[in-house]
Design a protein around this ligand. Structure first.
Ligand code: ZN
Length: 201
């Protein structure tokens, strides 16, 4: 839309230049006609042939002036429609720019919020990670890398929430028998399983 606006502005200034030029042409012809008329009125020209030539020139200048005035009018019309386009496009560019500014402000606010959230979550994670034994943390990090960012999953109603597979009866039996601090893993996806009251054991 800015390109269209620039094109319309260029056309407008081209028309302005054309108009000035056409008006100068009209002026020149008019001045020449005035001079001729003064010569005619002064009575200085006496020869019939010269008089006839002078009158013919005055008539031809009047015709020429009329044609040039038509050119001025035509240029003025084009200039006016270019000005209308410039006004319309300026308004449209302004409206879109307003929307863009609004979206940018909302995006910046959202990024700021997300940065703050990321900082707070990072701090929280550091605290939690500090309480996890080193070897378990290492296993978790390795799994997380292998399993698309999720290294541990909740065991919910006998299903692993990492791979969404229901565990086999024998596996569930083993998990049920395991001590609470034993690290149990999903047989299917190998993620660490987190047991809760909803695990269905
Ligand atoms: Zn799984």
């Amino acid at each position: 839309m800015r390109d269209l606006l620039v094109a319309a502005q260029t056309e407008e200034s081209d028309c302005a230049r054309e108009q000035t030029k056409a008006e100068q042409d009209v002026d020149q012809v008019r001045q020449r006609a005035v001079r001729d008329q003064q010569r005619l009125d002064s009575g200085a020209v006496t020869s019939p042939k010269d008089l006839e030539n002078l009158q013919r020139e005055i008539a031809s200048l009047a015709k020429r002036q009329g044609d040039l005035e038509d050119v001025v009018l035509e240029v003025m019309e084009r200039r006016e429609s270019a000005q209308e386009r410039v006004a319309e496009l300026t308004e449209r560019v302004g409206a879109v720019q307003g929307k863009l500014d609004d979206a940018t402000a909302r995006r910046d606010a959202a990024v700021e919020e997300l940065d703050a959230e990321a900082a707070s979550v990072t701090k929280e994670r550091e605290v939690v990670a500090g309480s996890v034994p080193d070897d378990l943390l290492k296993l978790y990090e390795k799994l997380r890398e292998q399993q698309g960012g999720v290294g541990a999953a909740k065991l919910y109603q006998r299903s692993c929430q990492g791979c969404r597979q229901e565990l086999a009866i024998t596996e569930l039996g083993e998990i049920r028998a395991a001590a609470p601090d034993t690290v149990v893993r999903c047989e299917n996806c190998r993620r660490i399983l987190v047991r809760t009251a909803d695990s269905g054991l």
